[in-house]
Design a protein around this ligand. Structure first.
Ligand SMILES: [Zn+2]
Length: 190
């Protein structure tokens, strides 16, 4: 399942087929605009050099924290302070809105800049930890892919970001490796 924070982390795109299409999309204007549209956030596009470099280090830290938590390492006080620091840079106001399901009070971002966006990303990550468990965070089992996602299946056994894509690809790879091994064993027998 894609969330605001996983979408942000996955801007570090890896070619899941193992080809040469891996790219860091964070600095691309097209990625920045699409990301803002997808999550209904506002900021200047393209991001300034300073914003981009802060975003990149924030993303890389968040990625490694997510992977640490997915391995069962508990959140430290330092991690917590780090998340709080990023959340502090984006203020929110409360607004009463009417939706199809009725009235709701929403927290609406105040600023239209990338530090506000990072605060939203940090807050969404923090909410993931509040609502669920860090152990449900996964990194796709295809070593070429490494897509970060949240496993919300009941069985908690989701290994790949997408069973039809990475899951099938790994099945084919295992099959080929097995066949190669068998044919080399046959050659050795002769
Ligand atoms: Zn994958």
């Amino acid at each position: 399942m894609d969330r605001l924070w996983t979408d942000f982390v996955n801007s570090d795109y890896h070619d899941w087929r193992g080809g040469d299409r891996s790219e860091d999309r964070l600095g691309k204007s097209s990625w920045q605009q699409d990301f803002l549209n997808r999550w209904q956030l506002e900021a200047q596009v393209p991001a300034s050099t300073e914003e981009e470099s802060t975003m990149r280090s924030f993303r890389d830290e968040l990625q490694s924290l997510a992977i640490r938590l997915s391995a069962g390492t508990p959140l430290t006080e330092k991690d917590q302070a780090w998340l709080n620091d990023f959340m502090r840079s984006g203020g929110v106001i409360r607004r009463l809105i009417s939706q199809d399901q009725g009235l709701d009070v929403k927290l609406v971002p105040i600023h239209a800049h990338w530090f506000q966006v990072m605060a939203e990303v940090a807050a969404d990550f923090a909410l993931t930890l509040v609502e669920g468990e860090g152990k449900r965070i996964r990194c796709c089992d295809n070593p070429d892919c490494r897509w970060v996602f949240y496993d919300d299946t009941r069985s908690r056994t989701q290994k790949y970001c997408d069973d039809k894509m990475c899951g099938n690809l790994m099945k084919v790879r295992r099959f080929r490796a097995k066949r190669k091994l068998e044919s080399s064993e046959k050659k050795n027998e002769v």
